[in-house]
Design a protein around this ligand. Structure first.
Ligand code: PEP
Ligand code: MG
Length: 589
């Protein structure tokens, strides 16, 4: 790249997913590959290292065989036979012998040698003009990643350091939710990725860490060089490389104005979340980690409407014990008492993968073995969490809800396990809140449509619009290619929300919304008009939503919801919401 190109201002437009403006040098990560540790060994460590390699190969073989069995049971032997090729890789003596020889000769750790040797094999095979051999290169790549993961204990990329001493803007092809959870806001000023979407858990995590972020930039990781100077606009999704003096000046003014609005919003902390005509709306915050409690308190939220507990599990070598979870939940609930805290039981799967559990990879993880489906089949894991939640319920106002409910039977099954835990604790003489409210997340269309049945088994509903939109419109919430189809104001979504609200109210239970829709102030009048009782959003957005509610009247919101029901497109419904929002609080949009 020529010097002049490096210095000229360049602009890239992506999707803004976490607000804020960041300025700093680029820290570029080009691939999704794990950073494989490389270290020298003493001669007396070599035998143990070879043992470690052998154990990782055995473990890999076991995982592949398990995967093969599962596939064979679900879709037949023919499909499962592709894993025969994977098994051949683990037993490929020429590959393994070369790794062993190199470890002995160069006194290097197994994962780094394995990566190098297999990398050479893969390169050679993929360059040969033969489709069979190229396919084999893909197999080797897949298996080798598994072996290396087994050697490193599943540790993913090390992004915690923040790229050195200096605070920087991270540029990467992609970041997983667990990568993002590792980021240190003290060293990472912001991040930008080639792929991604607004409702991914990566984006949700960025908002919760208050790290400005822009995604779906296509090839930003190829366009930016290490150390180039960047400006990242997490409000509009713009990335400016080598910003000119004029750009920096314009942004200083934008930041000043944004700062003013934020300060004004801060003054709403102690005020009530009530419409102009007196309707109180419960406004809660979503959290991902116990450390988020401080910002919840600052935000003026009335408690926590969604505690995504899976972040206690990600980035961990082992499942958190009952004690660890109890301490975490107790700390959150006791700090926020008497305000309620809703703990969502484990929602692993989808884009939240706990590497150390070594769960089989799935073709469609969002439609797969996720959340309550996993928990009902792993009562050991589920009961540990429920016991911890019940014990913590003695320390404040705790509620619990189940994610990914598809129908009433799952709720009944989960409640049986809950009852078992209650009985155990009663027998052990351990205190818990007998009247703890139990809720169901409504985020699958089948649950929305059968909400009247589910309402008979629970105390509340919380509508997870992030998933409800994805499943209703059949649009992958992570896929930027079809992000334009991801429309929360689709007429079908409105109908489902209306259905859920009336099923809840007919059965005398309350209903909230905890998906990202709850934090979009353009849609606040619509959700109020549809009759929801609670909104729960990232703490940073709470003051904004409160300001919106305070400037609306229920009468107008109900009129809007009725008018929206007669409209036939997402765009028309959005425009109707936007007109109301703009009329009352243009400064918040
Ligand atoms: C949702 O689906 O709207 C939700 C709140 O849960 P998550 O985003 O964690 O899937
Ligand atoms: Mg969800």
């Amino acid at each position: 790249m020529s010097k002049s190109k490096m210095r000229a201002e360049r602009r890239f437009q992506g999707v803004a997913v976490s607000p804020g403006i960041a300025r700093g040098k680029a820290w570029v990560h080009r691939t999704d590959e794990e950073v494989v540790p490389r270290y020298e060994l003493k001669s007396e460590q070599i035998a143990a290292e070879l043992g470690r390699l052998e154990a990782a190969l055995t473990r890999t073989r076991g995982q592949i065989q398990e995967l093969q069995q599962r596939i064979s049971l679900s879709v037949g032997d023919e499909n499962a036979s592709i894993f025969d090729a994977h098994l051949l890789v683990v037993d490929d003596r020429s590959l393994i012998d070369e790794v062993v020889r190199t470890i002995k000769k160069e006194n290097l750790n197994a994962e780094s040698v394995f990566t190098n040797v297999s990398g050479r094999y893969i390169k050679t095979l993929s360059e040969i003009d033969d489709p069979y051999l190229r396919e084999r290169a893909v197999d080797i790549h897949d298996v080798c990643r598994r072996v290396v993961r087994n050697l490193t204990g599943g540790a993913s990329r090390d992004l915690t350091s923040g790229g050195g001493e200096e605070r920087r803007i991270l540029i990467s092809h992609n970041l997983t939710p667990s990568d993002t959870a590792q980021l240190n806001p003290a060293t990472v000023l912001g991040f930008a990725t080639d792929v991604g979407s607004k409702t991914s858990h990566t984006a949700i995590m960025a908002r919760s860490l208050n790290i400005p972020a822009v995604v779906a930039l296509h090839d930003i990781s190829q366009q930016v060089e290490m150390d180039e100077s960047l400006l990242l606009d997490g409000y509009t999704g713009l990335i400016v490389v080598n910003p000119s003096a004029a750009t920096l000046e314009a942004y200083a003014e934008i930041e000043r104005q944004k700062g003013m609005v934020e300060r004004e919003l801060g003054s709403l902390r102690e005020t009530e979340c009530k419409t102009m005509d007196g309707k109180h709306l419960v406004l809660s915050a979503n959290i991902e980690m116990p450390r988020d409690v401080a910002v919840v308190k600052q935000s003026g939220a009335e408690g926590v409407g969604l505690f995504r507990t899976e972040f206690l599990y990600l980035n961990s070598d082992q499942l958190p014990s009952e004690e660890t979870q109890y301490e975490a939940y107790k700390s959150v609930v006791s700090q926020l008492a008497p305000d309620p805290v809703i703990i969502r039981t484990l929602d692993l799967g989808g884009d939240k993968i706990m590497t150390s559990l070594n769960l089989p990879e799935e073709m469609n993880p969002f439609l797969g073995w996720r959340a309550i489906r996993f928990c009902l089949e792993r009562p050991d894991v589920f009961k540990t969490q429920i016991r911890a939640i019940l014990r913590a319920s003695a320390h404040g106002n705790l509620r619990m809800m189940y994610p990914m409910i598809s129908g009433v039977e799952e709720v009944r099954k989960a409640n049986v396990i809950l009852e078992e835990c209650r009985n155990e604790l009663r027998e052990e003489g351990v205190a818990y809140d007998e009247r703890m409210q139990i809720g169901a997340m409504i985020e699958i269309p089948s649950a929305a449509v059968s909400a009247d049945l589910i309402a008979q088994e629970v105390d509340f509903f919380s509508i997870g619009t992030n998933d409800l939109v994805q499943y209703t419109i059949a649009v992958d919430r992570l896929n930027e290619r079809i992000a334009h189809l991801y429309e929360p104001t689709h007429p079908a979504i409105l109908r489902l929300i209306r259905m859920v609200v009336s099923a809840a109210h007919d059965h005398g239970i309350w209903v909230g919304v905890c998906g990202e829709m709850a934090g979009e102030v353009t849609l606040t009048p619509l959700l109020l008009g549809l009759g929801v009782d609670e909104l729960s959003t990232g703490a940073a957005l709470v003051p904004r939503v409160k300001a919106a509610v305070q400037q609306l009247s229920m009468e107008e919101c109900v009129r809007l919801a009725e008018a929206a029901a007669a409209l036939d497109s997402a765009a028309a419904i959005y425009a109707a919401c936007d007109a109301v929002a703009r009329a009352h609080y243009p400064e918040l949009l």
